[in-house]
Design a protein around this ligand. Structure first.
Ligand code: BGC
Ligand code: NOJ
Length: 814
């Protein structure tokens, strides 16, 4: 069953039924002001930080799931009937409902009783505001008198406090209404210099700012008292629940169309200039008025929308592929790249499955996300790398998360996730290969944000490696700490108390449990750092890192191999995890994918054996499961992984994040068929046709698909914010299509199915546009290349001389 279709030309997904199995969402904003919007206009907005600067309120896990958002009501003055063009919250049976989720915007609308109304929602580049442009058309033969009502529910800024501290918050809410603009200024009187505003292009006939007056005390958003009676109450919020609602009257001739623009924004005043007149308690509106005046005009909205389109054209234009597979094309060229930008902006903080109040930006998450977006926003990637590294500790360890507003490490979660520091090396290496910006390695970066503690970034990376080497266990494998990539393998936790955090509770001294996964990651990171060191003429350091990598590889082969696959770990008793000796959890995906990806076992057949075991024991038609057999009960010594029912999440779910590790591993063994096959099993576009099984959005990856042990095998969960975005993008663009940056130039190393006759890629790299055409001559993966008509040895396109802007590359695969 499908709930819509891809409009590839407009780069939109068009939802044609509002009753999708789950809310199908999109993100607004690309820089500092962000919003989440569902296909029925649900969602919320914030400035920089979904927890600390929340503009609008949202009630999570609601019934219905998604309720509350950017709602518009249309009321027919003659009949008194009213409805919302976005279907929610009134849920009228509309004709022609559609939601077009595009890149940074959504257009949601429908037709009801002859009145067409659709709203374009987007955030203009460079602004801290969102536009709601409502276009209303009288499609009938009679003139119509209509009322429009807008609505937002303000959040009192700190979303955590807002949803818990009612004894205070019911008394703090404050607004101002001035020239038709509603200003939300709770706490502005004291330590906040920011306020929100909600403006309208028309002179409103009325307004409301007190929620319970607008709705009526016992009503909800589906039947607001003001809308029902057709007239605002002009209520002024004092405490309780501040909202913003305008009432706009419209008369439309048959066939007439009108645009009404609402602007919801965030503004900061300098601390010394908050009030006008000075000494009063009235917001100084001088600096915000010009912005408001500008964006309530259609011409400014059109221009801003056009700039947004150009912005995405430019970003996506950096890598465009034409392959024989339309799902690959669509994901690579549009949606996967777009999702990578969402993970850049949000990390794992705000989605319909991350409340925005729980997590800030994760260290391992954001460093891995770099793989997916560094080519699109290298300047911002640089800033992100430096922000992340500034939360590293002097020991080389790292805060697991930080808050985007303060950029400080999050003390509640702390550190000791022993894989974290190594991802910094992986992320920086990707940045360097893409940009060639070696200066980043000399940038002074503090530890734990402490002024005076700065060392060059390069030293942070060295400390990352040392952190692992200083924490080796009985088999000389890395100690796991609180957890490695798999947050749910909590081998030092031993928690028997309900409600304790699996990830932060530690009941063991942590000197025994070891991670084969971190060993694989270490091998990769140490080799990356060695290559970087060599290029900085640090030959002896490079030598050290290479021998540390070689020693670790030997250790993995000696103590991390189970005969037919890589072990996963050793527990606190020194027993194997992920071994044929185990009753449950005999084989795990992480080490099969990552050890091979790191180059372990490529020469001696171990890699091939490990991947064959994956195919035999873990692969399903819906993707590759995390482990098998699933844990059927809670194991004290394993932690959260065994807390999930079989088939879900880390307990034998198809964790999409590490499926691409296996895809990459397959390409390293030259198996193009297998790599693409795995790629298509979890590709959301390829799964569109099984929408009622998959249930999540068909245009973005979800974190998980239920594994074969689950009653809902094939059902996706936790869409949008997942490392799956970056890793799949990286796997398909850099290893299957095989166009990947290296220090010395762009590498061309496709590993595609024998049946593919060829493909082409347009890739910008360090300011040069490469047009790469690959054609098949034989069935293998050997590359014969001509660059601008000249034969080139090997498969690295030499960096062109200065001034060359375009390079044509022809590749024969044989
Ligand atoms: C989830 C993990 C996640 C962790 C974050 C766990 O409940 O299963 O996927 O990484 O929470 O803290
Ligand atoms: C999601 C978390 O964000 C990520 O850090 C972790 O690696 C995976 N879950 C696996 O547990």
């Amino acid at each position: 069953m499908k709930y819509g279709f891809f409009d590839d030309r407009r780069r939109e997904y068009v939802i044609t039924s509002p009753e999708t199995p789950l809310p199908w969402i999109n993100y607004l904003g690309c820089e500092a002001y962000f919003g989440i919007i569902s296909n029925t206009a649900g969602g919320y907005s914030f400035y920089r930080d979904a927890r600390l600067r929340r503009l609008t309120r949202y009630r999570y896990n609601n019934a219905p799931f998604d309720f509350g958002g950017r709602y518009i009501y249309v009321r027919d003055e003659a009949s008194g009937r009213f409805w919302s063009p976005s279907w929610q919250p009134t849920r009228h049976e509309a004709e022609k409902y559609s939601c077009r989720h595009g890149l940074g915007y959504s257009i949601i609308g429908s037709t009801y009783e002859g009145i067409g109304a659709e709203t374009l929602y987007f955030v203009p580049l460079g602004e801290n505001l969102e536009i709601w442009q409502v276009t209303v058309t009288n499609g009938g033969k009679k003139p119509r008198r209509l009322s429009l009502f807008s609505s937002v529910e303000f959040c009192l800024w700190d979303a955590q406090d807002d949803s818990t501290n009612f004894q205070r918050n019911f008394s703090t809410g404050q607004v101002e209404i001035n020239r038709g603009v509603i200003y939300h200024k709770t706490e502005y009187r004291e330590r906040r210099n920011h306020f929100a505003y909600f403006a309208c292009s028309e002179k409103p006939a009325g307004y409301d700012t007190q929620r319970d007056t607008f709705l009526g005390a016992y009503r909800s958003w589906d039947n607001p008292a003001a809308v029902e009676r057709g007239r605002s109450f002009n209520s002024v919020a004092n405490g309780w629940g501040p909202i913003g609602s305008h009432h706009v009257r419209l008369s439309l001739r048959p066939g007439e169309t009108r645009r009404v623009i609402f602007v919801l924004g965030y503004h900061e005043n300098p601390a010394g200039d908050k009030f006008d007149p000075p000494g009063s308690q009235t917001i100084n509106k001088k600096s915000v008025r010009p912005t408001i005046a500008r964006y309530v005009k259609p011409a400014a909205v059109d221009a801003a929308f056009e700039s947004l389109r150009q912005y995405w054209d430019r970003l996506l234009g950096l890598y465009q592929a034409k392959t024989p597979d339309r799902h690959a094309n669509r994901m690579v060229n549009i949606w996967n790249a777009y999702q990578c930008m969402a993970t850049f902006n949000m990390s794992r903080s705000a989605s319909f499955y991350e409340s925005g109040i729980g997590r800030g930006l994760g260290f391992r998450d954001s460093t891995q996300d770099l793989l997916g977006f560094v080519h699109m926003v290298p300047g911002r990637a640089r800033e992100r790398v430096l922000d992340l590294a500034s939360t590293q500790l002097e020991s080389g360890g790292a805060y697991h998360q930080y808050q985007p507003l303060t950029k400080r490490g999050n003390n509640d979660v702390g550190s000791n996730f022993n894989d974290d520091p190594l991802w910094l090396i992986v992320g920086v290496a990707a940045y360097l290969k893409e940009t060639g910006d070696w200066s980043i390695l000399d940038a002074p970066v503090p530890y734990d944000n402490r002024p005076g503690s700065e060392t060059p970034l390069f030293e942070h990376m060295q400390r990352s490696l040392r952190y692992t080497l200083e924490r080796l266990g009985p088999h000389r494998l890395p100690l796991i700490g609180r957890a490695d990539w798999n947050d749910c393998l909590n081998l030092n936790c031993f928690s028997e108390t309900p409600g304790e955090s699996f990830q932060t509770t530690t009941n063991k001294d942590g000197k025994v449990a070891e991670s084969v996964f971190i060993a694989g990651l270490f091998v990769l990171a140490a080799r990356e750092l060695a290559e970087i060191a060599l290029r900085r003429h640090l030959a002896s350091e490079a030598g050290e890192y290479l021998s540390a990598a070689a020693r670790m590889e030997e250790t993995v082969c000696a103590h991390g191999w189970d005969g037919q696959w890589f072990l996963r770990a050793y527990d606190d008793f020194g027993n194997k995890i992920g071994s044929k000796e185990c009753d449950e959890g005999k084989i795990f995906i992480e080490t099969q994918g990552f050890c091979v990806l790191a180059g372990i076992g490529l020469k001696d057949g171990m890699a091939q054996m490990a991947l064959d075991s994956v195919r035999k024991l873990l692969a399903t038609p819906h993707g590759i499961m995390l482990q098998q057999p699933a844990y059927s009960r809670y194991y004290l010594h394993l932690g959260e992984i065994s807390s999930y029912p079989p088939g879900y999440k880390e307990n034998a779910g198809i964790f999409c994040h590490n499926n691409p590790w296996v895809m990459i591993a397959e390409t390293m063994l030259g198996n193009g068929e297998r790599a693409l096959d795995y790629y298509l099993r979890i590709n959301p576009s390829a799964r569109e046709k099984i929408g009622s099984v998959h249930r999540c959005e068909p245009y973005v990856y979800a974190q998980m698909i239920a594994g074969k042990d689950a009653p809902t095998h094939g059902e996706a969960k936790n869409s949008w914010l997942t490392g799956t975005a970056a890793w799949n993008y990286y796997a398909v663009t850099q290893f299957i299509l095989g166009i990947r940056p290296s220090y010395g130039g762009l590498i061309v190393a496709p590993v595609v199915p024998a049946a593919w006759e060829g493909f082409s890629v347009r890739r910008e790299f360090r300011g040069v546009c490469y047009d790469i055409t690959v054609s098949r001559k034989g069935r293998g993966n050997s590359v014969h290349m001509t660059v601008d008509g000249r034969e080139v040895e090997g498969n690295v396109i030499p960096l062109p001389s200065a001034g060359v802007g375009r390079v044509a590359v022809n590749v024969l695969l044989s």
